[in-house]
Design a protein. Structure first.
Lengths: 250, 171
């Protein structure tokens, strides 16, 4: 494995323009970003601001028009499709809004597959899968097919799949975007739990509730970072905090 | 606080400290620790206006306590309270005025103002998340209260986003 730098992810000068029909869409217009090991960073912004494109660039799912990305201090400029696929097995786990599970594989196989592809011995892959599914409250669902599960359950399977190879970085693209309020809280709780154990997470979401689980929130507008704020939760504004949710008047 | 106290008394007579505990238990940690003094003052006012009546009950080792019960007028006031719907929440007036007037003052950039306000909302959101996580899951009323606060804040954040989209890039 590579040397362990403090920076899991670094991006400089990232630019991405989509050329479709009509005028070119400037999705990402010069983004610099550093994510330190153990950080939980959320990127929020209106739909169409380019935040999902940014996440795709960072996960190697799309290539930037300009700019560079470093993973664990290693520049990825020369990486082709195949090399990025390897990175996504070993160094980067990704969860998507629509889960993207393989529909004709069982829950167990969905989770074990990336481990087997990464060369993990079958026994070990199975043990890892069992541990994660139990952790995510999915014990007993191993033989289910993705279509038989609720949205929240499918997203938990996707989370297990993303984490089975213990990637240093977890990317999450609107992970609660197709879940109800309860599912959202579940995802929030799980991301917080993995973060508390040291998992570095970069989350893209338009949901401020989800974003507030992170300890750093980047506001993304029109392809650019508009604000980058550490959330300490330590400056309770007047009236609020633990006691100001409800105000009873005289 | 007047009507919630009447509502608690609709179930049966109670003294001030009991009412404080009932409120605490029902609303959980999202509720500001009720000030018992404020409760007694409010009970006094309710009694004066004839909505409740107090009765001194002797206690062997402590001073007498006053047990209150709802009067017919009180029950009527409570009924009227339930008849009317509550006002809808308003846009954050103070921030909106600051934002609207910012260009004329030349003192602050509107986007900077929005960013600062967003930081505060996000921090509050984080506190609410923590509060929800700390509160007992089975306390539905308390969880709903916190969730309501979070959804309102979410709306405020969405609205800040709209402000930023509209105002970004304007001279």
């Amino acid at each position: 494995m590579s040397e362990r730098t403090a920076e899991v992810l670094r991006a400089e000068g990232l630019v991405k323009t989509h050329h479709g029909e009509g005028a070119p869409a400037h999705a990402v217009r010069g983004v610099d970003l550093r994510v330190a090991r153990g950080e939980f960073v959320a990127i929020t912004g209106p739909s169409g601001a380019g935040k999902s494109t940014l996440l795709h660039l960072l996960g190697g799912l799309q290539r930037p028009d300009a700019g560079s990305i470093w993973l664990d201090g290693v520049c990825t400029d020369g990486y082709g499709e195949a090399r990025w696929a390897v990175e996504r097995r070993k160094r980067i786990g990704i969860v998507f809004q629509f889960f993207n599970l393989v529909s004709d594989l069982s829950v167990a196989d969905n989770v074990e597959l990336p481990a087997l592809l990464a060369g993990v011995p079958p026994k070990k892959a199975r043990a890892g899968r069992e541990e994660l599914l139990a952790e995510l409250g999915l014990a007993g669902k191993e033989r289910s097919m993705p279509g038989e599960l609720s949205g929240g359950e499918q997203q938990r399977v996707a989370l297990a799949r993303a984490l089975v190879n213990h990637p240093p970085l977890l990317l999450a693209d609107e992970p609660a975007g197709s879940l109800d309020s309860k599912g959202t809280r579940e995802v929030m709780r799980l991301l917080s739990r993995f973060h508390a154990r040291g998992q570095t997470i970069l989350l893209v979401t338009h949901d401020a509730r989800l974003a507030s689980a992170a300890d750093r929130v980047i506001s993304f507008f029109d392809g650019r970072i508009a604000d980058d704020a550490a959330l300490d939760g330590g400056t309770p504004p007047r009236r609020t905090g633990t006691s100001g949710v409800l105000e009873l008047k005289d | 606080m007047r009507l919630p106290l009447l509502a608690l008394l609709a179930r049966g007579p109670a003294h001030g400290y009991e009412l404080k505990q009932d409120l605490e238990q029902l609303l959980g940690s999202a509720y500001p620790q009720p000030n018992v003094g404020q409760i007694y003052v409010t009970l006094g006012r309710l009694e004066k206006s004839g909505l409740i009546e107090g009765e001194d009950v002797e206690q062997s080792s402590r001073p007498n306590k006053k047990v209150y019960h709802l009067t017919d007028a009180g029950r009527e006031a409570l009924r009227a309270w339930y008849e009317e719907t509550a006002d809808e929440p308003r846009v954050r007036d103070e921030f909106f005025m600051k934002l609207a007037l910012a260009p004329q003052t030349g003192l602050v950039d509107q986007i900077a103002l929005i960013n600062r306000q967003r930081r505060q909302y996000l921090n509050t959101m984080r506190q609410l998340s923590k509060l929800a996580a700390a509160e007992h899951r089975d306390n539905r009323i308390s969880q709903l209260l916190i969730e309501g606060a979070m959804l309102h804040l979410q709306a405020d954040l969405d609205w800040l986003e709209r402000c930023q989209e509209e105002l970004e890039g304007l001279p």
